[in-house]
Ligand binder design. Structure first.
Ligand code: PLP
Length: 399
């Protein structure tokens, strides 16, 4: 009998401890973690720098309230502004809250320009969260079903299709912003082209729209740079972060640049917990470790080992649609639903995930070594090959 509300289809295993990219369950079985709690455990498990920072901060001051100045928050905001090229940071506690902040910011911007019903361009297959506004921005009917009426003010276009956004610009004068994940995570590890991001930037400049990038899953070093938009050499107006920012301590952030940084005024937005000393100390320790330990370069190198290994072993095989990714954000799209691979990998001591029913997703901690990446391949590749050779089960074939 469980008293937890029935919102998850849980895998019946509970982890009790972790170290680096390894975790152990209640029975003492050891697993290689290629998922990092869905892109959260940036520094892996029990990273000494992080545990020390959390312990020290909790012994000093856990929470203070945004009624007062918070020194750790000021330091983390400055660090984030410097690495992202933005000017101001609002802290919250999760990815959906970061997106909520951006939606509110865009609407305020629109009203200040005299737009009565400001709208935001969003993408097919996008995922921005599960609050009412963010599930309305999300491009997945399964996430929205049953929660209608959806929040209005979103105009949906196909991903990576700049002409579709240009058509919206020509026809819809209510639009004030574009919200895009530079790599869609929940939607199946779909990479935007760098040209698409640059074209979006140019279009937003022409229209006076804010370009808002949701890097909740893909950002913070995972692709070899702090942020994916930096590969395209563009500067967004708004950047959204959460997940890996404090390596497991809940935190979210809405970063803004230029005019976007001046939209919120005292009283227009807020959060009780957002940016508290504990979360910010964990965030600072995470960013410092990424820099000091060269984890962005590591993500690029180890990601290439994984991606090349998966491509060599699987690309072009019947049943494999595509092997794609950037750094330590990797998807293997199969031609049929493959959720059963999660349990098979677990049995074999490997943590992975399947998204959109048929995309195997890897989001390892940034501390994974090349040798550990080869261990991931040595477990995963035979499982996928066996899955491909097997006739689809009756249930999967019907689905
Ligand atoms: N944005 C993106 C790109 C995400 O991947 C997620 C979560 O998966 C969210 C927003 C929502 O984050 P949270 O679950 O912390 O609310």
């Amino acid at each position: 009998m469980s008293y937890s509300m029935n919102t998850y289809t849980r895998i019946p295993v509970a982890f009790t401890r972790g170290e680096g990219v390894w975790v152990w369950d209640e029975s003492g079985k050891k697993y290689l973690d290629a998922l990092a709690g869905i892109a959260v455990n940036t520094l892996g498990h029990a990273h000494p720098k992080l545990t020390r920072a959390i312990a020290a901060q909790s012994a000093r001051l856990i929470h203070a309230s945004n009624l007062y100045r918070i020194a750790e928050q000021e330091r983390l905001a400055e660090k984030l502004a410097v690495i992202s090229g933005t000017d101001a940071v609002f802290f919250c506690n999760s990815g959906c809250e970061a997106n909520e902040a951006a939606i509110k910011l865009a609407r305020l911007h629109g009203h200040s320009r005299g737009v009565d019903s400001p709208a935001i361009v969003v993408m097919d297959k996008a995922f921005h969260g599960r609050t009412l506004a963010t599930l309305s921005a999300t491009g997945n009917p399964k996430v929205q079903a049953g929660f209608e009426p959806l929040v209005p003010g979103f105009v949906r276009v196909p991903f990576n299709d700049i002409e579709a956004v240009r058509r919206v610009a020509a026809e819809d004068k209510s639009v004030v912003a574009v919200l895009v994940e530079p790599i869609q995570g929940e939607g199946g590890i779909n990479l935007s082209t760098m040209q698409y991001l640059r074209d979006l930037r140019a279009l937003c400049d022409r229209q006076g729209w804010f370009l808002m990038v949701d890097e909740v899953q893909c950002g913070l070093g995972r692709t070899g740079k702090w942020f994916v938009y930096q590969h395209a050499r563009i500067e967004p107006d708004v950047v959204l972060l959460a997940k890996g920012l404090a390596s497991g301590v809940p935190i979210g952030a809405c970063l803004a640049r230029g005019a976007a940084a001046a939209v919120f005024k005292p009283g227009t937005h807020g959060s009780t917990f957002g940016g508290n000393p504990l979360a910010c100390a964990a965030g600072l320790a995470t960013l410092e470790a990424i820099e000091q330990e060269g984890l962005m370069g590591n993500a690029a190198r180890v990601g290439a080992v994984l991606l090349d290994g998966l491509r060599d072993a699987l690309a072009g095989r019947p049943g494999v649609v595509e092997v794609r990714g950037h750094g330590l954000m990797i998807g293997v799209e199969l031609a049929r639903p493959c959720g059963e691979l999660v349990a098979q990998a677990l049995e074999a001591g490997l943590l992975i995930n399947v998204t959109m029913d048929n995309v195997i997703r890897l989001l390892p901690p940034l501390v994974m070594t090349e040798a550990e990446a080869r261990q991931v391949l040595s477990i995963l590749v035979p499982l996928v090959r066996a899955f491909l050779e097997k006739a689809p089960s009756a249930v999967a074939a019907r689905a």
